[in-house]
Ligand binder design. Sequence first.
Ligand code: SF4
Length: 212
Amino acid sequence: MHLAHLDDPVASLRRPSAADPWRILISGCLMGLPVGVDATSNGADMPADHWLRTPLVRLVPFCPEDTGIGTPRPMPDLDGGDGRDVLAGRARVLGPDGEDLTAGMLTGARAMARRALEERVDLALLMDRSAACGTQVVSLGCRFVEPVRYRRGVGVAAAALLEAGIPVVSQRDHRALGLLRAALHPSFTPDPTALDHHRHPWVLANLPDPAV
Ligand code: SF4
């Protein structure tokens, strides 16, 4: 289940409390961990006063590529399909020089899904457009080759989480995240014009998909 595809993503979740907070699996780089391909956090560090830092949330950071391949590593990109296709053996993950990274990506994805189930997470907040963590949009082929091409779809780890029944949402799903934030902070008013990533004008114009 993709929370951004629901009218009311909060309705699908239990009510959190300080005694039993939402357990949110989060892409390690979004927490500022140096797990990107170049051993940085992809510039995505979460500020100290971020709205997810509340007693009503317990964050569980995890990087599937670091777990399955290591850091630093070649940039993994999907080849011949999205993460669901990789799980099904219909597509691969390749590095910039054509090296096959599929086995490591599968190891990391399965480890992430296992961790999610062990921790009984309520949802996963993931970095979109990653070959592992992408939840709405992923690259189509190597991101070092211009023009970079994208498609709608999920990364390998996101696919494994969805297969395990874990709800996912991306850091670009601003409408859904606004509703989650309001559930945690009742004084917060969500922006009624906020869009989820699959409703963004660039995505609608460049990645048409009547099914979404
Ligand atoms: S695999 Fe996921 S957690 Fe790791 S660096 Fe890429 S987007 Fe971040």
